[in-house]
Design a protein around this ligand. Structure first.
Ligand code: GTP
Ligand code: MG
Length: 201
């Protein structure tokens, strides 16, 4: 089964996309499999709405464990299953908090194991100085993603007024990368993400 990873800086909207995209693909209940730091799988069952309340937050580093959900997409005459992995936010350098360092190590392990890479960048904070603001780690993910193939940038938060300027900046910086403008909150661009995954599954 294909493994698709969602990664990027903290607070860019990964978990919002993870759950709203699952809902878009027809899922209303989910079994989320979390991996704790020792690598043990812990399964928890939620309705997608409860999961949203529990897992999405305006404060950074809300997601610390890699969390996966099995999804299905129509391809040709049938359907294809794939696993979508939500991950903890990545930061530049070596973080002072050990839990964040462990979470980042876990994310990088899954990046290595994934064959489809969705790299999320917050278009609304590109010209600011916030935790979600694009930085060196995004250039490194881009380099790695392009070398691996089946990689695209999800330019998120396009529903916000700063989004268009942020998207123009990304298109200029990452000329060789497929960039999909989306809003994880409003469901904008989900059809295009679905097509991208279906082509690479
Ligand atoms: N306006 C707007 N806000 C969004 C969008 N996507 C996410 N958010 C908000 O951004 C904040 C962070 O969202 P999360 O989905 O928890 O982000 P994350 O990348 O999973 O964050 P970590 O788990 O901490 O790394 C929340 O307040 C969301 O409501 C979007 O498309 N538009
Ligand atoms: Mg999260």
């Amino acid at each position: 089964m294909s493994n698709c990873i969602l990664l990027g800086k903290p607070n860019v909207g990964k978990t919002s996309f993870f759950l709203n995209f699952a809902e878009f693909l027809g899922i209303n209940r989910c079994t989320l499999e979390f991996m704790d730091f020792e690598g043990n799988a812990v399964a928890k069952h939620y309705s997608v709405n409860v999961a949203k309340n529990y897992l999405i937050s305006a404060s950074p580093f809300k997601t610390k464990d890699v969390c996966k959900i099995k999804l299905s997409i129509p391809v040709y005459k049938g359907r294809s299953d794939f696993l979508l992995h939500d991950t903890g936010g990545l930061m530049d350098g070596i973080h002072k908090d050990e839990n964040v360092r462990k979470s980042m190590a876990e994310t990088l392990k899954y990046l290595y194991l994934s064959n489809i890479v969705l790299h999320m960048i917050d278009t609304s904070t590109i010209f600011t100085n916030q935790i979600s603001t694009m930085s060196e780690i995004d250039y490194q993910i881009n380099k790695y993603g392009n070398s691996k193939g089946c990689y695209c940038i999800l330019a998120n938060k396009m529903d916000l007024s700063e989004g268009e300027k942020g998207l123009a900046f990304l298109k200029n910086k990452f000329r060789n990368t497929y960039i999909l403008p989306i809003s994880a909150l409003k469901g904008m661009g989900f059809g295009e993400v679905k097509q991208f995954v279906a082509r690479n599954i």
